[in-house]
Design a protein around this ligand. Structure first.
Ligand SMILES: Cc1ncc(COP(=O)(O)O)c(C=O)c1O
Length: 456
């Protein structure tokens, strides 16, 4: 057997990318107030801002799109979508939404009220914001190992089960309407959660009568990590593993823009008939009728095919190996990353990369700006800019879109990072010039502290 793991596809349709010069990028970055979200995508060479909705669809997905039934109610596309999703998650009700945060908004509106507490391994930014928007408190309970970027542990996304028990004792079961587990743990470095941990958390929840929900965005990648790293799962298929994981829960939220392999879409699932009714009522108010939920019939078809493709073993092997390839090549040269590399992304540890920049000067934002200046690479800060004082780490996430970039693109990214690593001591921090009241990182305006981002 050959040792090289190749992309398990060939390319039928290509999309040109655009080169800029360093002086162009200096000007573009200034105009974008040093916030990479504010850059025109055409001025980005390699876009690693997110793996969300940025993947390439397969010929099977495009073919399914042509079968989209755009009927307002009872479309056959909804049936394809429902059957395909249910085949994996097994939950009684599958409610389509236009993306993950819409599922979150509906879930927390129906289940939570002011003063409630929602534990999670680590809330993603939109999840935290939606919990807080209804007046509840979002509590992160990832295991201590999950907060140490350099530490290697197979399941750094695990929830601290004792901390969960303590929290339930402290605030009382009545104030905890649900517990969530995010697979994989995006804000904690794209790290997986073990089946053993899911089982333990589920047992605690059952004992206290608290429903367990998954934030399931990357359920397929998580399943593959379990296959690779957890004993007893070596010969199980990723699909069987995912099915077992969901069997320990009561519902899920999902952004189909990740392991749904689609450019838009999401869903909310539950086993609770009463909740499903309330959720569908809210869905009709803001998203659409329960057989389309803000999506076109063709989107439902793309997701129906996509969730199954995401579980294919050859695809997952390529996906996890190619992400690790980037992480391992820069780590080998001393670049500090969250270890081990995550499933969908590699996270640079900006506090260790730029020790001269304290968290209040946004080391992640400063490093992300520098990667753009050096090589036209767009990444995203996950740290003090995103989470304020609650940030435990300052990371720069390099998220890999699914089936989009080839190995030479990734080799180029490695080169750019290593170049920035060479002149890291000259990089300065940033200060905030504008911030929105919530989710400030999307629209924040920054200015570099003197001297401005290195001119060479
Ligand atoms: C773990 C996690 N939860 C929820 C979301 C929100 O999904 P969406 O962007 O589709 O609203 C994301 C998106 O990145 C995510 O990574």
């Amino acid at each position: 057997m050959s040792k090289t793991i190749i992309e398990p596809f060939r390319i039928k349709s290509v999309e040109p990318i655009h080169w800029t010069t360093r002086p162009d990028r200096e000007q573009l970055l200034r105009a974008a107030h040093y916030n990479l979200f504010l850059l025109p995508a055409d001025d980005v060479l390699i876009d690693l801002l997110t793996d969300s909705g940025t993947g390439a669809m397969s010929t099977h997905q495009w073919a399914a799109i042509m079968e989209g039934d755009e009927s307002y109610a009872g479309s056959s596309s909804f049936e394809h979508f429902r059957k395909s999703v249910q085949d994996i998650v097994g939950f009684r009700h599958v409610i389509p939404t236009h993306q993950g945060r819409a599922a979150e908004r509906i879930l927390f509106n129906v289940m939570c009220k002011k003063g409630d507490v929602v534990p999670n391994n680590t809330h993603f930014d939109t999840t935290r914001a939606n919990v807080e928007f209804v007046g509840a408190e979002a509590v992160d309970l990832v295991i201590p190992e999950g907060k140490q970027p350099e530490l290697v542990h197979p399941f750094k996304g695990n929830m601290d089960v004792l901390a969960l028990e303590d929290l339930i004792q402290k605030v009382g079961r009545q104030r905890i309407p649900l517990v969530m587990i995010t697979v994989t743990n995006n804000s904690g470095g794209g790290q997986p959660v073990s089946m053993e941990n899911v089982r333990q958390v589920s047992a605690v929840c059952r004992r206290h009568g608290i429903p367990l929900y998954f934030d399931a965005c990357r359920f397929a990648e998580n399943a593959y990590f379990i296959k690779l790293r957890e004993s007893g799962y070596e010969s199980r298929t990723p699909k069987q593993i995912a099915q077992e994981m969901f069997s320990y829960g009561d519902g899920c939220t999902m952004s189909a823009k990740k392991d749904g392999m689609a450019n838009i879409g999401g869903f909310l699932c539950t086993n609770n008939d009463l909740l499903a009714r309330q959720e569908k009522d809210l869905l009709i108010l803001t998203e659409g009728y329960p057989t389309y939920g803000g999506l076109a019939g063709r989107d439902l078809e793309a997701i129906a095919v996509g969730v199954q493709e995401a579980l294919q073993e050859e695809y997952l092997c390529y996906r996890i190996t190619s992400t690790a390839y980037l992480g391992n090549h820069i780590a080998a040269q001393g670049v500090p990353i969250v270890q081990p590399p995550g499933g969908h992304a590699v996270y640079l540890d900006a506090r260790a990369f730029l020790p001269q920049v304290p968290p209040e000067q946004f080391p992640g934002a400063a490093l992300a700006a520098e990667l753009y200046l050096e090589g036209g690479i767009r990444s995203v800060e996950i740290g003090t800019l995103m989470f304020g004082a609650a940030a435990k780490m300052d990371l720069v996430r390099l998220a890999i879109p699914r089936r989009v970039y080839t190995q030479s693109h990734i080799d180029y990214v490695v080169e750019v990072i290593l170049e920035v690593w060479k002149y890291r001591e000259a990089i300065r921090g940033m200060k905030l010039a504008y911030e929105a009241p919530f989710l400030r990182h999307f629209t924040a305006r920054l200015t570099p502290l003197e001297p401005a981002a290195v001119t060479r």
